[in-house]
Write a protein that binds this ligand. Structure first.
Ligand code: LMR
Length: 398
C-alpha cells in the first residue's frame, strides 16, 4: 500500500546531528546545526529564562488553549523587537503579528498566505540560502527561484548581479531576505546596500519577506533590524518571520513570530484574520509554555535588559572564536586568505571547503560541518578551536 511513498533521504542539517551522536570519536565536534553552545560545549539556559521559568512554575497554573495568534504579550514582544518600541507603524496599528512555532512555523504560515492571496507570485531566495526556505515555500506550492548572492571564489556578495536580477522581477514577487547573520554565508549587506536594494524593490512593487533568526548576534538588536525598519519606512509590503530559538536559547520550545506590515490598519486587521485562519487549519493554536517565557522576559524591563546582555555575551564569544580560528589557520596555511572568517556575522562561516575536504573532516577528525561548507562558529570553544583549526589546515593541504 505504501510502496509508492518516496524515500526521504533526511535533512542536510538535522541529519548531521544523528551522525554526530553515533560517532564514537572522543574528539568529535559538532559544527553543523545552528545552535549556540557555551565555553563548556553545553546548551545554555539563559539567566533571564530561569527567572521566567520560576515565575511560571510557582504557582503551577491551568493550561487553556491559547488564542490562534498566541499570547498577546508574545506578539507584542515580536513587534517591539523588530520594529522598535515606539515605531509609528505600531502606533498606527498597521502590523498584523501572530506568535508561531519557531521561525519555520512563521515561514510556513507566511508561505500559505502568499499562496492563497498572491497566487501568481514567485518567491526568490538567495543563492545559497537555508535549505528549509526552499522546502517550505515549495511545500506551500509557491514557485521558488534564486537570486545571485554569494561568490565563493572571492568570499563576497555579488551585489551588482543581485541588484540587476531583482530589478527584473515582476510586481508582487516575493524576495526572501536575511536582515542579519545570513544563513549560510554569514555575509550581510551594508546599510548603504540595503538602501539601494530596497529602493529598487519599492520601484518594482515587490514584497519583502525578511527572515530574522539571529537578531542580536550580528552588531546589536537595532542595527540587526535595520533592513526591516528601512523597508517599513519606504512603505514596502513587508513580511517578517522571527525566531527566538537562538537568542533566547529556547530551541525546543518552538517560539517565533510572523508579522505582516500593511498600508492601513484596516488591511492589517484583514491580514490578521487570515493568518489566524491559516493557523487554525494547520495546528489550531501554539503551545503555551515557550510563549509565556517570551512574554515574561521581553516585557519585563529588568529581564529584558538582562536578556540583551546575555545575547551580547554569546555574540562576543562567537566573535572571539572567529579571531582565534583565523589566527591558527593563518599560521598553519599561510598561502590561503582567511579574512572571510572575521568578515562574516552571526553563527555561521561559509568555508568554501570541497565535498572531499568536508568528508575528511568528518571521517578522520570527527569535525562535522554542513555539506554546503557551512560551519557553525557557535560550536567552537577554547578547548576545541585548535583541534578544529588543525583539522581544517590538514584537509586544506589536499
Ligand atoms: C540551522 O540553520 O542550522 C538552524 O536554523 C536549525 C535548522 O532548523 O536548520
Amino acid at each position: 500500500m505504501f510502496e509508492r511513498v518516496d524515500y526521504y533521504a533526511g535533512d542536510p542539517i538535522l541529519g548531521l546531528v544523528d551522525k554526530f551522536v553515533a560517532d564514537s570519536n572522543p574528539n568529535k565536534v559538532n559544527l553543523g546545526i545552528g545552535i549556540y553552545y557555551d565555553e563548556d560545549s553545553k546548551l545554555p539556559v539563559l539567566e533571564c529564562v530561569k527567572t521566567a521559568e520560576q515565575r511560571i512554575a510557582d504557582p503551577i497554573s491551568p493550561r487553556p488553549y491559547l488564542p490562534m495568534a498566541g499570547l498577546p504579550g508574545h506578539r507584542l514582544a515580536c513587534q517591539n523587537l523588530l520594529f522598535g518600541k515606539d515605531a509609528a507603524v505600531l502606533q498606527e496599528k498597521r502590523v498584523a503579528t501572530i506568535a508561531t512555532l519557531g521561525g519555520s512555523g512563521a515561514l510556513k504560515v507566511g508561505a500559505e498566505f502568499i499562496h492563497e492571496w498572491f497566487p501568481a507570485s514567485k518567491c526568490y531566495v538567495s543563492d545559497p540560502t537555508w535549505s528549509n526556505h526552499i522546502a517550505i515555500f515549495e511545500g506551500s506550492d509557491v514557485e521558488v527561484g534564486t537570486y545571485p548572492y554569494y561568490d565563493t571564489a572571492t568570499s563576497s556578495i555579488k551585489f551588482d548581479e543581485m541588484l540587476a536580477f531583482i530589478a527584473k522581477l515582476n510586481k508582487h514577487d516575493v524576495v526572501l531576505l536575511h536582515p542579519c547573520c545570513h544563513n549560510p554565508t554569514g555575509m550581510d549587506l551594508t546599510h548603504a546596500q540595503w538602501d539601494e536594494l530596497l529602493d529598487i524593490m519599492k520601484q518594482r512593487e515587490l514584497i519583502a519577506f525578511m527572515d530574522i533568526a539571529y537578531q542580536g548576534f550580528g552588531q546589536d538588536m537595532d542595527h540587526d533590524a535595520y533592513a526591516i525598519r528601512k523597508a517599513v519606512a519606504l512603505g514596502l509590503p513587508v513580511f517578517v518571520s522571527n525566531s527566538f530559538s537562538k537568542n533566547l536559547s529556547l530551541y525546543g520550545e518552538r517560539v517565533g513570530g510572523l508579522s505582516v506590515v500593511c498600508p492601513t490598519a484596516e488591511e492589517a486587521e484583514r491580514v490578521f484574520g487570515q493568518l489566524n485562519y491559516a493557523v487554525r487549519r494547520i495546528y489550531t493554536s501554539p503551545p503555551s509554555h515557550g510563549g509565556r517565557v517570551v512574554d515574561i522576559v521581553m516585557n519585563d524591563e529588568a529581564l529584558h535588559q538582562q536578556w540583551v546582555g546575555e545575547v551580547y555575551g554569546m555574540r562576543d564569544r562567537i566573535k572571539a572564536m572567529r579571531l582565534k580560528l583565523k589566527s591558527v589557520l593563518e599560521a598553519n596555511v599561510p598561502a590561503r586568505n582567511f579574512d572571510y572568517i572575521t568578515k562574516q556575522n552571526g553563527m555561521f562561516s561559509f568555508t568554501g571547503l570541497t565535498p572531499k575536504q568536508i568528508e575528511r573532516l568528518q571521517t578522520e577528525f570527527g569535525v562535522y560541518i554542513v555539506s554546503n561548507s557551512r560551519m557553525c562558529m557557535a560550536g567552537l570553544n577554547v578547548n576545541n578551536v585548535d583541534y578544529v583549526a588543525n583539522a581544517m589546515a590538514e584537509v586544506l593541504k589536499d
